[in-house]
Design a protein around this ligand. Structure first.
Ligand SMILES: [Cu+2]
Length: 289
């Protein structure tokens, strides 16, 4: 279903490689802008699936939703860039061409119907052009396609509890504190029990909370959903690339808000089945919440 919706999703593609949604003449210009952006934000364009020091740009998209968010962002950046260039250009032209020394008797013209119609309709058309893909994307993010796996993420002060209702599995996921971190472990990001998911599978995430507001968020997936006590919120993702993806609780939930990270590991289907089997035979580590 999403293959049809995401008009330019390509799992092999690197971010910023092509902006196929734009008309041909704009693509070169877009690539120039992307190039400039890359130059400014270069350190963050490595194969990132966790936040890096000083990172201010996106992580690599690994789901169709995030890929489209990413592409849409680049399209908007191009449109906005063109508008800024045009307005700034006009301003510079006016300042130079009509400066007092060069233009001693200023024009008294106050209205121009054609111009006024143009500068009203053009922005409207640009906004309509932006609105269509925007609503499409919103719908895609909001409506879970037919899913093959459901995961329930329950926020607690201050750790996550995960349930796999289809497999009768339930466990807690606690942060690994700095003193117990393995070499190479990511400070404030590692947990004792990762969420394991199969790649290329539609996964529905249902999230709720046992106490206060939390938010289940994984940037590389383009996923962020509030976990609200007494309520079930839903989102979905489909990871196209094996790897470990890090996220954080994204709703202020108390003093240890910064210490309840989210780690999702995407593995091939066979490995996932093995993990499910091992989890079922092992004693459950859930302690409450
Ligand atoms: Cu929280």
């Amino acid at each position: 279903m999403w293959e049809k919706q995401s008009r330019h999703f390509d799992p092999e593609r690197k971010p910023g490689e092509a902006i196929s949604g734009l008309p041909r003449p704009f693509q070169g210009l877009a690539m120039t802008l992307v190039g400039l952006t890359l130059a400014v934000f270069l350190p963050t364009f490595a194969q990132a699936d966790f936040p890096r020091p000083w990172q201010i740009y996106y992580q690599d998209p690994v789901t169709p939703v995030m890929q489209i968010i990413y592409d849409f962002h680049l399209e908007l950046l191009t449109i906005e860039g063109l508008i800024v260039l045009m307005v700034a250009g006009l301003l510079v032209y006016v300042i130079v061409r009509f400066r007092a020394s060069r233009n001693q008797t200023p024009s008294k013209v106050a209205h121009n119907t054609v111009l006024e119609i143009l500068w009203t309709t053009l922005p409207v058309l640009i906004l309509v052009y932006i609105a269509f893909p925007s609503f499409k994307l919103l719908y895609m993010m909001d409506v879970t396609p037919k899913s093959d796996l459901t995961i329930k993420a329950i926020g607690n002060q201050w750790y996550w509890t995960y349930e796999y209702p289809d497999h009768d599995i339930k466990f807690d996921s606690n942060i690994i504190t700095e003193d117990k971190l393995q070499p190479g472990g990511k400070r404030l990001f590692e947990v004792d029990n990762r969420v394991i998911v199969p790649t290329n599978t539609n996964i529905r995430v249902i999230t709720t909370s046992s106490d206060v507001l939390h938010s289940w968020a994984v940037p590389a997936f383009g996923v962020k959903r509030d976990s609200v006590p007494g309520r079930l919120n839903e989102t979905w993702f489909n990871v196209k690339k094996e790897g470990v993806y890090y996220g954080q609780c994204s709703e202020l939930c108390g003093v240890k808000h910064a210490f309840m990270p989210i780690v999702v590991q995407a593995v091939p289907k066979a490995q996932f089945d093995q993990w499910i089997a091992s989890k079922k035979s092992a004693p459950q580590t859930h302690k409450g919440g």
